[in-house]
Design a protein around this ligand. Structure first.
Ligand code: CAO
Length: 415
């Protein structure tokens, strides 16, 4: 079967998480991804959070599937020459170095264009142009500067970061879309272009609904679906909304049977207006269907807390899965709070390829997250991450270097 990005060559100059998630996606869609790593060291994540001594960490393996690895000292003149050949041969260069690192290496946009005018140069940076453009950035910095932390958590607690890697993996996704769009545009212009995704921008994009709420708050000084309403005051900025739904249908996380001992025995429950009658029947509160204090969404807003407390009396009599079965029969939107253990063991996620078992020559079998984007005509086959420099000889050979040239470069520690 052919793949969507067959024939596209990616010069993968990425490290840590944000850039590697982008190039991994491109690899899953069939691009040939050549990861360039520092000779002897490689991507720092190979050695971080290791669970097996001297074996590439899960941090690295789970972000670098479907790639080839070559080692290259790109600050050495001979290494630069190899990189120039790679730039001429590839379609896209993806990098997420600290600001200015590529220029300092001698590979400015102008130089890259001289070498290959069709080259697309795609970058992740922490911030776009502005006061912080020179800063180094990691995940949680982006979550904080992108509005996620100030709007996450409970009203009486500090700002909170989320476990979802919206700054790193979220930006990698944005960048991948930019690259595919630039490849498409190149079909008509014949030219490459710069593609830039700033981590702060990606998080702001994912927090779009909070900027919506900021403007609603500015205009009306109240957000009636937020837990602060009606008992507390609103300030100038969108407050932390606890587990309130981000949309127009109120929701909350409710305890289920066993919550005293299982920290994940909870369900997300949404009181969607069209199924209000069904909710009342399920929980045995049929009088709320016609009671003017509860009958309409607007009437319910001031009592959301007590409504959810009443629904919780019912959910606490069921496990999260029993509650799901009952509520789904009535189309009541709800979702179990699944632990990572439950996700790892879920057969349907294995069947769709969202959770995949991969075999690695040094670590053996491990689980990873496969391609979350399914194309019917471009099936993803997840292959293991490469060992450091595993493909150096193969790639240099394809670039026209003879075995002797390769041996010389190795002797001089260029590769
Ligand atoms: N050969 C020779 N030198 C190489 C090389 C190679 N193959 N690959 C990288 N280098 C050099 C770079 O040129 C750079 O050198 P200079 O500082 O002299 O210009 C140096 O290695 C270090 O690069 P770096 O500054 O990007 O790496 P770092 O570990 O200090 O910083 C990070 C890491 C992530 C904070 C920084 O890269 C960054 O801010 N990136 C942009 C934002 C980003 O992607 N953050 C998400 C990371 S995932 O949480």
């Amino acid at each position: 079967m052919s793949k969507a990005l067959d024939g596209v060559r990616i010069l993968d100059f990425t490290h840590v998480q944000s850039g590697p998630t982008c190039t991994q996606l491109l690899g899953w869609f069939g691009a040939d991804v050549i990861k360039v790593e520092r000779a002897g060291e490689g991507d720092a994540t190979r050695g971080q959070l290791r669970d097996i001594p001297d074996v590439d960490s899960l941090y690295f393996t789970m972000l670098n599937h479907n790639k080839r690895s070559i080692t290259l000292d790109t600050k050495n003149p001979k290494g630069k020459a190899v990189l120039e050949t790679l730039i001429k041969e590839c379609d896209v260069l993806v990098e997420n170095f600290a600001p200015g690192a590529l220029d300092r290496m001698g590979f400015t946009w102008e130089r890259i264009q001289e070498l290959n005018p069709r080259m697309i140069v795609a970058s992740v940076k922490g911030f776009g142009p502005g006061p912080y453009e020179d800063c180094k950035v990691y995940e949680n910095v982006a979550q904080c500067a992108g509005g996620a932390a100030s709007t996450t958590g409970f009203d009486d607690g500090p700002p909170l970061v989320t476990g979802a890697q919206i700054g790193d993996s979220g930006t990698g996704l944005h960048l991948a879309l930019g690259i595919v769009a630039a490849l498409y545009q190149r079909n008509t212009t014949g030219r490459g272009q710069k593609v830039m995704a700033a981590m702060q921008d990606a998080v702001i994009n994912l927090c779009r609904v909070k900027l919506r709420d900021q403007q609603r708050l500015d205009r009306t000084q109240v957000l009636k679906e937020y837990p602060q309403y009606p008992d507390s005051e609103f300030g100038q900025a969108v407050p932390r909304a606890g587990n309130a739904s981000g949309g127009g249908q109120p929701g909350w996380i409710l305890k289920c049977k066993g919550w005293e001992t299982d920290p994940n025995s909870y369900i997300y429950f949404i009181t969607q207006a069209p199924v209000w009658g069904a909710i009342c029947k399920v929980i045995g509160q049929e009088d709320w269907i016609t009671d003017p204090l509860y009958a309409t969404p607007a009437a319910r807003l001031p009592h959301l807390k007590s409504i959810f407390e009443r629904i919780e009396q019912w959910t606490m009599t069921k496990t999260k899965f029993e509650a799901m079965d009952i509520l789904n029969k009535f189309d009541i939107p709800c979702g179990p709070i699944l632990s990572m253990k439950e996700i790892a063991d879920e057969p349907s996620l294995r069947a769709t390829g969202t959770i995949v078992e991969v075999d690695h020559p040094k670590r053996g079998k491990y689980l990873t997250v496969g391609n979350p984007i399914k194309l019917s005509d471009s099936e993803t086959e997840v292959t293991r991450s490469p060992l450091l420099g595993e493909h150096t000889d193969e790639v240099l050979g394809q670039l026209g270097y003879s075995p002797k040239d390769i041996a010389d470069l190795r002797a001089e520690k260029v590769i």
